[in-house]
Each structure stands twice: as C-alpha cells, then as structure tokens.
Write a protein that binds this ligand. Sequence first.
Ligand code: GLP
Length: 261
Amino acid sequence: MDVVICRTQADAEAFAARIIADAINAKPEFKLGLATGATMEGVYAVLSQMNKDGKVDFSQVRSWNLDEYVGLAPDHDQSYHYFMNKHLFSNINIDKRNTHLPDGLASDEEMEAARYDASIDEAGGLDLWLVGIGQTGHIGFNDPGTSFTSRTHVAYLTNTTYEQNKNYFTPPESMPRRAFTAGVGTVMDAKRVLQLITGKRKAAIAAATIEGPVTAMISSTALQFHENALIVLDEDAAADLKLKDFYKEVFENDPKWANYR
Ligand code: GLP
C-alpha cells in the first residue's frame, strides 16, 4: 500500500487527478471506476479543466461508478447519476453511453446487481477505481459487516451513513435507506485502487484504514490486501497516522515518485 500525504486538500485533489490523467494518457481505452461525495468534487474539477486544456482525453474511456440510491431516478438532484453528470461527465469529452451506474429504479434488484458486475467482467475488469471513504470506513456503501468478497448488491444503510448523507436531501427524511453498491470484492478486483481522504473529520478513519487491523467492520481496511493500492491524503486527514514521517520520507526519496515531487 502506497501512502502519499499532500499539504492541502487542493493539492491532494490535484495529485489524485494527475494519477488518473497519467494512467489514461498511458492507455486511452481506460476502464475507470469512479465515486461520488464532496471529496471527489475537486478531483473532477481538475480533470474537467485538464480535459478542456487538452491534457487528458476521455473519448475512449469507459467508466463505472460505485453506487446509486435505490428509488432515485437519474434526474433526481441527489442521485449519483445527477452528481456525475454535473461534476464530470457533462464537462469532459466522454461518450455518456460509456458511463455506467447502477439503475436505482431497477424493478429486479438482484438482476440489476448481477448485470452490473457482468458489465465490468465483460469489459475485462477495471484498470483503476477511484474511491473515497465514509465515516464508517465504507467504500461505496459497504458499511460495517460487509463481506470482503461481496459483489454488487443492495445495502441497507447504517444510521451513521444515513445521518452523514441525509442533509443533502429536502426534506432530509426523504433520503433512501437502501442503495446499490459495488461490493468490496468488486472494488478489490480493479487492477489499481486510488483512495482519496481529506479533512480533519476523516483522520481517525484514515488511520484505521491504513494502520489498523484488517476487519470487515471497516471495509476500507481490505485495501491493505490490495497489491496496488494508493491512498492520498491531505495533512488534516493524515494527522493520526503513526508512520506519517516515514510515508513522507518515502515520497521524497523513492525514485518511483520522482515525476510527482
Ligand atoms: C457516500 C458515498 C461514498 C463516499 C462517502 C463520503 O456515502 N457512497 O462513496 O465515499 O459518501 O463522502 P464525502 O466525500 O462527502 O465525505
């Protein structure tokens, strides 16, 4: 697991965007996993600008998102379809037919979940999945207790996640209590996982993710088993890391980061 600590939130967002842009430039037919959440807005703003400036081309990229609320139509302003169109897809030259999210309105939930996994498998798997983290340590909506081998499924959200997200909804109680989410296993199958963690309120869960014991009670700890995981943090989110100075030393001295310093 690689850990990179950036000075500010903006630096961390730009760093994550650059990792993605470099990977797409090296392989134009890139298969990219994406996430939602406030943390991602800055990354998508940087990628949108890079695309406008001709620094990255999304014309052959295909994308899959982590999750979608059950019962929300794509044009609902709190749906993740809406979020992605607003913050990324409408601002870049991606073919929207090549973007995938679970269908929140699917009448057969099990079939929709299986279809979603199959679409990833048929594409030959994802090259990189960009993920954030929730207060419970969830990736996507894989709240505590979700199996590390889980595939895409509908999850009933914990109270913590409900409390964290409901204020985006009007009224807050209209937030769906269930959501489609790629499973921990689905995310772990990606060739690379890039996790972005920013802000003071994420410091404790960041330390648990990177340095704590691996447990299904914190789904992001599964990343300790991923052979190509990179966690990018800002100083605030890195505050509780025991090996903070060591991660910085590696970044400053390891030749593999030479182009990023
Ligand atoms: C939601 C999403 C997660 C995301 C989390 C954190 O729960 N399902 O994928 O990581 O929010 O969001 P934020 O970046 O706003 O803290």
